[in-house]
Design a protein around this ligand. Structure first.
Ligand SMILES: [Zn+2]
Length: 483
């Protein structure tokens, strides 16, 4: 554990938020017990979610009953007879001041949280510098980062994602303990994919990854369900044949996902051909790695035949349009993904702050929409699924991504009286989804993860944001001195 909780306790609020004091004057919260386990979210004007059949629906005037982190009931407003109000610990009144829109917490299927203090690295080479020069500087800085840098970077990353409605993150990196400790601290749900073949960390190997997966059982996270391990490979050409064989064995032994950057650029394909004598998809197929437990990010330079093969094997795809534009990687062939049906297995990701400075998924959805509109338009409801139910499906998160009884209570609360929603067509409230995406990302009002309010009235309950930003600025300044 890096120095944090004890030494810097003034920076962060300790563990469980103090509901009584934090919410005393906040009128949406009617707190009846100090550690609320049964929560009634009363009178939601609009609830937007993929339903049981995975159709995105907009429901009007609903209440949600949450019990021990699970969505127990979704009820029409006024139909609360089935609820014994004496047994409710907290009532959240969603009817006040223009009402609210509630969505599932979003799922970011590809990111690198420990890189947060490298924000805006594209400017590191100056306005006239090339992307390659900027990245070269960023990598030099990254190699100098300490455990402390990695931990606070991840805290800053997760808490920013949370402010924009994201409740689950897949982290692709090679320093697992900093990332998982940070997620535990912020109460963020995490898939912690630890590298078995990395460009930055020469120690990354299947053996080290296995040690990490085993150590998971001994960790004292506040919620075991919230953080799970996975494996990652930087690019196929970084791995040896032996590493690919071991990857498959580890996936089967521990039932974990494998994720990697794939066919992001022509360079990545040429390097794979040099090492293996075949293109990346063919190499993965040869080693038996194409399955529903594989998640490929970027997937830009693929032939229609490769896309068909990935569809047949039900592989998960993460589209990162902003990153692809910034790095001039090319344009994912969405038309062929749509034709093959693999668009249903497609999620979105932010990548790191080197590739997209603002860590929200709504601007990413808008970017995806505009990137492909000349060839195969992506429907707004499909974009919404990419950041909710599609992402949950490809990441094997069975009870996430929907507001349906039996699912975990990961909920984002958005103010309806906001330029991101208004004006909408009250006769066709699906126009709220269109407005939401075309307006781009913005901050949420409240956020619940696993039945616990992580953000209330726009304030984080676990992280003191002002102190965190000062800390991040100090760490960044120190890091720059090292090169
Ligand atoms: Zn990436």
């Amino acid at each position: 554990m890096p120095k944090n909780k004890e030494k810097d306790s003034h920076i962060f609020a300790p563990g469980e938020p103090d509901f009584a004091s934090k919410r005393k004057n906040r009128s949406r919260y009617l707190l009846l017990k100090t550690k609320p386990r049964r929560i009634l979210i009363y009178g939601i004007k609009y609830l937007i979610t993929p339903d049981e059949k995975d159709d995105v629906v907009v429901m009007e005037n609903k209440s949600i009953l949450v019990e021990n982190g699970e969505i127990k009931k979704v009820l029409p407003l006024g139909d609360h007879k089935q609820i014994d109000l004496n047994k409710i610990d907290l009532i959240y009144d969603a009817t006040k001041r223009g009402g609210l829109v509630v969505t599932p917490g979003f799922i970011n299927a590809h990111s690198h949280p420990p890189m947060y203090i490298l924000r805006s690295s594209m400017a590191l080479a100056g306005e006239e510098g090339t992307i390659a020069q900027a990245l070269e500087t960023a990598i030099k800085l990254e190699r100098q980062m300490t455990e402390e840098d990695l931990f606070y970077s991840s805290v800053a990353d997760f808490s920013e994602e949370q402010k924009m409605g994201t409740t689950t993150t897949l982290s692709h990196y090679h320093t697992p303990s900093a990332t998982s400790n940070a997620a535990d601290f912020c109460h963020q749900r995490l898939i912690d994919a630890v590298s078995i073949a990395s460009s930055t960390d020469p120690k990354a190997s299947p053996e080290e990854a296995e040690k990490y997966i085993k150590s998971f059982k001994r960790k004292s996270f506040s919620s075991r369900e919230m953080i799970r391990p996975a494996l990652c490979i930087h690019y196929v050409y970084r791995a040896s044949e032996d590493t690919l064989k071991k990857a498959k064995a580890l996936m089967e032994k521990y039932n974990v996902l494998l994720t990697m950057h794939l066919s992001e650029s022509e360079m990545d394909i040429q390097e794979t051909i040099k090492r293996f004598g075949a293109r990346p998809v063919e190499v993965l197929d040869k080693f038996g790695l194409l399955s529903k437990n594989l998640v490929l990010s970027h997937a830009v330079h693929l032939t229609p035949q490769e896309i068909d093969l990935l569809a047949k094997r039900k592989v998960g795809i993460v589209h990162l349009p902003t990153s692809n534009l910034i790095h001039k990687s090319g344009r994912l062939d969405y038309s062929n993904f749509f034709r093959s049906g693999l668009h249903k297995n497609m999620a979105l990701g932010t990548d790191s702050v080197i590739s997209k400075s603002r860590l929200d998924l709504i601007t990413e959805a808008l970017q995806a929409r505009t990137m492909h509109q000349h060839s195969q338009v992506i429907y707004y409801k499909d974009l919404f699924k990419m950041i909710t139910s599609n992402a949950a499906q490809i990441l094997g998160l069975k009870k996430l991504g929907k507001i349906v009884p039996g699912y975990r209570a990961d909920l984002s609360f958005w103010k309806l009286r906001d330029r991101g929603f208004i004006p909408y067509d009250s006769k066709d409230p699906s126009t709220l989804i269109t407005n939401f995406i075309t307006f781009g990302g913005r901050n949420i009002r409240d956020l619940m993860i696993d039945g616990q309010f992580v953000i209330s009235n726009r304030v984080h309950n676990f992280v003191d944001e002002s102190s965190l930003l000062d800390k991040i600025q100090d760490l960044h300044t120190n890091l720059r001195k090292k090169i």
